[in-house]
Design a protein around this ligand. Structure first.
Ligand code: SF4
Length: 430
């Protein structure tokens, strides 16, 4: 909706990096679609704790079912896919990413570029915290009758990665995951090749962190949530460890540096934000079915998201972690265990408090996702604790990832407007 309340029909504005990112993803999907003809093999796997460098070091192509689901939602297909899955007996309470994926595969498994995606050659279940991941791949295994390789990633219950945890994951990489990838690809594990890819990852991670940290400027040159999901795309999906990712993040950094030099705010769907009124931190994933409308609710109020936890779901890099080519399997283990949803609740509170401080944010907003227990469990406790520690106000909204039935625009807009009014009053009072 526009500020005047009418639906916006103008094409959304995009900056160069968004367009470039879109092209990279489209090329990857095109390559996957051609793979039954070219003979390239694939590995279905999930975003948190993904082993992209290892997978690609065998010349295999990653397929991320969550990304397919969110892309389906952005193309307006998720409603029908979810309905298909529910007709097959998947209950209303099941994660909507799963139902969207099941509906998509029952409808021809057509991916975002309009071409069918290949069947999985192996399901690589890197199990980071969410039980749904396991159930999801059980469903796919029944459908496709393909092999599964499971990597069990221990939860950071005490907020640290111990040597025993690291050894446990490295052991599984050596004994389970690598043999499965060798068998599928017909290639031997090449540690030097992996090291080279990890070095490329570290370069790209350095630039991504620089971009995310740029939000500490006033005005912030980026939106670290709505814009942030574009920035993390190549890093969290199929491109970590590739020269394309290094080039993308170098170009993105240049683009953001230019915006800082010119004192410009972020590009929003309706153009550049010229008046930054509020700076907020957001916890929780975005809604994908009404992504643009949701973003506009913030932009219309002059609210910029200066940091978000969702952009850490495929790796927390901003507190110093980089892939380390000198310890290839250990660094992969640490990466898997360090993803946001694998952190215990005190760790998440700590992170949010740091963000509020480091990015001089006015407050915290929680977007609680009906589908996703990995994120939603404990969010109210987190909210209260962050408020108590920082003294900055927190707001709470509810939506869903890809089920349009759970996006109530009027409700969300109401709550956001009240929240921003409250921030304005507090500022006035101060
Ligand atoms: S419940 Fe959340 S973390 Fe688990 S698969 Fe669904 S969206 Fe992903």
């Amino acid at each position: 909706m526009t500020a005047a309340g009418a639906p916006s029909t103008a094409p959304a504005r995009k900056d160069d990096s968004q367009l470039r990112q879109k092209r990279m993803m489209a090329e990857h999907y095109g390559r996957l679609a051609r793979s039954p003809r070219t003979g390239e093999k694939n590995v279905y796997t999930f975003v948190p704790g993904n082993l992209t460098e290892l997978v690609r070091s065998f010349g295999l192509l990653p397929v991320l079912p969550e990304i397919n689901a969110l892309q389906s939602a952005m193309r307006g297909k998720s409603r029908e896919y979810i309905a298909t899955a529910e007709k097959l007996g998947h209950s209303e309470d099941v994660c909507t990413y799963v139902k969207c994926d099941v509906g998509m595969l029952k409808s021809g498994n057509v991916g975002p570029t309009g071409e069918p995606l290949p069947k999985p050659d192996v399901l690589l279940l890197s199990y980071t915290g969410c039980f749904t991941f396991m159930k999801w791949f059980e469903i796919l295994r029944q459908e496709y009758d393909c092999p599964v390789a499971m990597l069990h990633v221990p939860y950071q219950g005490d907020g640290e990665i111990t040597d025993a945890m690291r050894r446990y994951v490295v052991g599984q990489l050596r004994d389970v995951v690598i043999p499965a990838l060798e068998k599928l690809s017909g290639k031997r594990y090449d540690e030097d090749r992996l090291r080279g890819m990890l070095a490329l990852s570290a370069q790209a991670e350095e630039d991504l962190v620089w971009v995310l940290r740029s939000a500490a400027h006033r005005p912030s040159p980026i939106d670290a949530y709505f814009g942030g999901v574009y920035y993390i795309g190549p890093m969290f999906t199929a491109f970590r460890g590739t020269p394309e990712a290094v080039d993308y993040y170098r170009a993105l950094r240049r683009e953001v540096q230019e915006r800082i030099d010119q004192g410009r705010g972020p590009v929003t769907p309706d153009g550049e934000m010229s008046d930054e009124r509020f700076r907020v931190v957001v916890e929780g994933p975005p809604n994908w079915t009404h992504f643009r409308e949701f973003w506009k609710m913030f932009a219309d109020e002059g609210a910029v998201v200066v940091a978000s936890t969702y952009t850490k779901v495929g790796g927390v890099f901003d507190f110093g972690f980089r892939h380390d080519p000198s310890r290839p399997l250990e660094t992969l283990a640490e990466y898997c265990m360090g993803c946001y949803t694998n952190l215990h609740l005190p760790g998440r509170v700590e992170m949010l408090c740091r963000y509020l401080e480091d990015y001089s944010a006015d407050g915290l907003l929680v977007n609680s996702i009906k589908s996703c227990n990995s994120f939603s469990a404990g969010q109210l406790r987190i909210l209260r604790e962050v408020e108590r520690r920082t003294g900055r106000p927190a707001g709470f909204i509810e939506s869903d990832l890809v089920d349009p039935r759970y996006f109530s625009a009027a409700n969300i807009k109401n709550r956001l407007e009240s929240y921003f009014q409250m921030l304005a009053h507090r500022r006035g009072a101060a």
